[in-house]
Design a protein around this ligand. Structure first.
Ligand code: 6GU
Length: 262
């Protein structure tokens, strides 16, 4: 996979030289280049921003340096252009899997109040443009989002994660949060691991882990629970969720109405 990142803070992306992603680059699995937007300006001051038409606080990124930068990185037919923005669609694990199948990703890191909107319109001509957000909070620019998205995508590329089995049983892959994990010692500062994990009974361990996934998701992420297809849940699953106060309504899990004796 090829990745190009355009930013006015290329040093911010130095973390992409470390750990798993750095190794993937060294191993030739990932061809990643970070570009400084200022290299694509034509004036003496290398200006990348200006005041917003219509007034208001802050500065807006000028369109021409972006057009120059994006034209310089585009090679193949229609690369995916990811524009990190709190106004984007929320990035998910499903999107990470989709992006991992692409040949070429380009990231346009905005700073200030954002990039002149015409850049996105212009880019539609030669890129598959995707404004993406990490979630409902505001960062100062797209760089942190690039670190997050590149890591989420690159670890799915063949050969990047040593043991591909570690990719299958993880949070979000089945719409549930991951079960809790423990290691030695079995008793630590007065806290014991759940005894079932020492039983050697693989069926009981699998059931325990599934129950924990369901309980955690119900308590921490009821929004995820509501997206599950209740038809894919077993009677044992439904029993655990009933104990957490959830019942099937129109094929989905919903909070059970308060019982009449309460
Ligand atoms: Cl992708 N960019 C910025 N600036 N803020 C964000 C974000 C992205 N995702 C959440 N907040």
């Amino acid at each position: 996979m090829r990745i190009d990142v355009v930013s006015i803070f290329p040093e911010y992306l130095a973390a992409l030289e470390l750990s798993l992603i750095g190794k993937a680059r060294q191993d030739g699995l990932l061809d990643l280049t970070v570009h400084n937007l200022r290299e694509f300006t034509a004036d003496r001051h290398r200006t990348v921003d200006d005041t917003p038409y219509g007034g208001g606080a802050g500065m807006v990124m000028k369109p021409e340096p972006w057009a120059q930068a994006l034209e310089s990185v585009r090679q193949d037919a229609r690369p995916v252009l990811i524009v990190p923005s709190p106004a984007g669609a929320v990035f998910t694990q499903a999107m990470a899997h989709e992006l991992a199948r692409e040949e070429h990703l380009v990231f346009a890191c905005g700073r200030y109040e954002g990039i002149d909107e015409r850049v996105l319109e212009w880019a539609e001509g030669s890129f598959d443009v995707r404004p993406l957000s990490l979630g409902d909070y505001v960062l100062n620019g797209g760089e942190v989002a690039v670190l997050a998205i590149v890591e989420a995508v690159a670890r799915l590329l063949p050969g990047v994660v040593g043991n591909p089995e570690s990719l299958v049983e993880e949070s979000h892959s089945d719409g549930l949060l991951e079960y809790p994990v423990y290691t030695k010692p079995s008793s630590w500062r007065g806290l014991d691991i759940p005894e079932v994990l020492l039983s050697g009974n693989h069926a009981r361990i699998a059931r325990f882990r599934r129950d924990e996934q369901l309980r955690r998701t119900a308590s921490r992420r009821p929004d995820l629970l509501a997206k599950l297809d209740a038809g894919k849940l077993t009677p044992a699953d439904l029993a655990v969720l009933a104990a957490e106060g959830y019942t099937v309504v129109h094929g989905r899990m919903a909070p059970a109405p308060p019982s009449s004796d309460s």
